[in-house]
Design a protein around this ligand. Structure first.
Ligand SMILES: Nc1nc2c(ncn2[C@@H]2O[C@H](COP(=O)(O)OP(=O)(O)OP(=O)(O)O)[C@@H](O)[C@H]2O)c(=O)[nH]1
Ligand SMILES: [Mg+2]
Length: 315
């Protein structure tokens, strides 16, 4: 409500009305590897979701919260939607699709430096069939877009995706992401904050720690190994006010993968452990002792029991 300046009652100053506070859920969807998690982390200002150059990095839905004086945006990062070939993939796609119900705004992230793929087409159809909320099209990776392809690629996405508005962005550099954010906020309902203002994610620390280990493994392995890795925290003990002990298991699917993950005389495991530990310490706020063990479970991506233990199950 506009207010008068109390000290000058006889000379009212015209103030513009304070914009109403907005709050709501913004789901980020798209095919694997287009930059959804990169965008989430940029908005939240912390590594809430791990990022890698390997497709299907994100396996579970993660919420990241941005609180500003005028709005609170609860971003929902989702696994890349693809045509799954095993139970883990099915879980990932189902959990992504399930987030679309009751959402306030959807950001459909695509790799805007290339022509649309079949997966983009599938997602566009899914959104058309299932989503009533406004859809914002984010043409990401504009830094890789070749000048002479701009027209053709942009038109191809416009033809494919029914959208409320669009923006060309580069999530890694933050180009135009503030403009996209304004579009998101404008579409949120008016209302008070949904989460405490200092909360930036709903993910437990144990989960973030396991993910940070997995991120290092993704960055350091190739071919099918990244997809065959799962990480689970087994023990988490505050040994003192300044030291947390964490032990985690790295699951792989073959003995040959185990050998690679351990590396020559443990070199790979050491590298991964050191890098992950530093990042976990930032979250925890003090020293961490991280113990990693590598174990083999043949075809765990098809093993319902282990999938459930790892949290990759909707039941
Ligand atoms: N050049 C460029 N690379 C980007 C941009 N945004 C993201 N990337 C890169 O694209 C790759 C995938 O990024 P992610 O954020 O993990 O993608 P994602 O959509 O979350 O992928 P999934 O979790 O597999 O679905 C990473 O190597 C990012 O650094 C961008 O604007 N420009
Ligand atoms: Mg991701």
């Amino acid at each position: 409500m506009p207010r008068r300046n109390q000290e000058t009652p006889n000379h009212p100053i015209t103030e513009s009305p304070t914009p109403a506070h907005r709050a709501g859920f913004c789901v980020i969807v798209g095919r694997p590897n287009v930059g959804k998690s990169t965008l989430l982390n940029l908005y939240v200002g912390a590594k809430v979701a791990i990022v890698s150059d390997k497709p299907q990095t994100t396996r579970r839905v993660v919420r990241g919260i941005l609180t500003r004086p005028d709005a609170q945006i609860v971003f929902v990062d989702t696994p890349g939607i693809h045509r799954p070939i095993h139970p883990l993939g099915k879980f990932m796609v189902r959990s992504a699709v399930d987030t679309l119900d009751g959402v306030d705004v959807v950001v459909f992230v695509v790799d805007g430096s290339r022509m649309p793929t079949q997966e983009d087409e599938d997602i566009a159809e899914l959104l058309k069939a299932r989503v009533n909320a406004p859809v914002l099209l984010a043409l990401n990776k504009m830094d890789l877009l070749k000048r002479d392809a701009v027209g053709e690629i942009t038109q191809a996405f416009f033809d494919l995706v029914k959208h409320d508005d669009w923006m060309r962005i580069a999530a890694t550099k933050g180009d135009n992401t503030d403009k996209l954010l304004d579009m998101i906020v404008a579409r949120l309902p008016e209302g008070p904050a949904l989460f405490p203002e200092d909360e930036i994610t709903d993910a437990p620390l144990q989960y973030l720690a396991a993910e940070l280990v997995r991120e290092q493994l993704l960055l350091n392995t190739r071919q099918e190994i990244p997809h065959s890795i799962a990480v689970m925290v087994d023990e988490w003990e505050e040994r003192s006010s300044s030291l947390t002990y964490i032990s985690a298991t790295i699951w792989v699917e073959k003995d040959s993968q185990k050998a690679i993950v351990i590396g020559e005389r443990g070199s790979m495991l050491k590298r991964v452990g050191q890098a992950a530990r530093k990042q976990i310490e930032e979250w925890v706020g003090h020293q961490v002792y991280l113990e990693l063990t590598v174990k083999v479970r043949q075809q765990w991506r098809r093993d319902d029991r282990l999938l459930r233990e790892l949290g990759y199950s909707l039941d």
